[in-house]
Ligand binder design. Sequence first.
Ligand SMILES: Cc1ncc(COP(=O)(O)O)c(C=O)c1O
Length: 383
Amino acid sequence: MKEKEFNTRTVHFQKKEKAHNMSKAKPIYQTSAFVFTDLDDMESFYRGEKEYLYSRYSNPNTDDLGQGIALLEEAEDGVATSSGMSAILTGILAVANAGDHIIATDDLYGGTYELFAKELPTFGIDVSFVSFNKVDNLKAAITDKTVLLYTESITNPLLRVENLKEIIALAKNHRLKTMIDNTFATPYLLQPLTLGATLVVHSATKYIGGHSDVSAGVLVGNRELIEKAKTKVLTLGCNLSPFEGWLACRGLKTLSLRMERQSQNAQRLADALKRHRGVERVYHPEFVSDKGNGAMVSVQLAENINIETFFRSLSWIKIAPTLAGVETTVSYPLRTSHRTIPVELQKELGIGEQLVRISVGIEDEKDIIATFIKAIEDSFIEL
Ligand SMILES: Cc1ncc(COP(=O)(O)O)c(C=O)c1O
């Protein structure tokens, strides 16, 4: 499959089914364990002759997801996990040990910030947060204990496009590894490993699954590091359930179609909102890929827009603390995804009362734009 084009790989990443009546759709291996005919047969798993023993170790449906994303990200191997958070954790533990130091960008998803600021130190791993768009700050933060630079290819929620080439080159100069959260871009738009990144992580809960019905994560990279991460996944119990793996794989098949349509809709919405007097600033990535710029749009509403009224006026557009489904949704980063990051950092980054994050869906562009414009029009107040 490696030699096929991206869209073909996206639909045909699963191995051809040789057993189980040649089912066209992949069967769901909803089992906690696999059975053996005798002790020697069971031992054959440990000799590497059999693939499956116990679903916490590995399962055909979760393997499909890990290997599918590995194929699309051009990685040697991948592992699926129970969530984006556990993919990040196991990726970090595959490269960092107690006493090591990591540098992360400061405009990260709030959950990742929490993991790095509060949990990793309990493993003896120290994290510094610096603004990755100021490379001199980044260089200054490197110590002889630093092992990894961590960032998001398109950041949450302000949609800054990371200068991956520069960050990866800097890391290589200092013999550091790089781990990139590619959730917002997806491999449809960007493949950080092809630029030299060490590990790529996804919240598959988002565009990979695409239908807001699954929580999952994926980590991809070279065989050696993914082997290490797999050991962490099984020991820490961060494994994905077979059904969730199956659902995410089903979603993955339409990644290209969804991203193409959603990115187009997002561009049109961003352009329309830029022209509106109720909008102070529109955040929408530029120059991500010749296939598009992703489907996220964040907006800083003007001071004279009542935020409560705005959220109440969105009609069929749902308010949801997530993103990337086929339906357009809005979230409020200050009170959800970035609620727990320090208040000074919220202010410094520009995550304030008037910031709204929009995940643009596959609906008709005209309806999406009209509904947002009407919600803004309905929310003006006298100052
Ligand atoms: C960029 C990014 N990375 C990681 C995560 C964590 O993913 P999950 O919720 O699947 O654990 C999120 C969740 O919103 C996210 O936005």
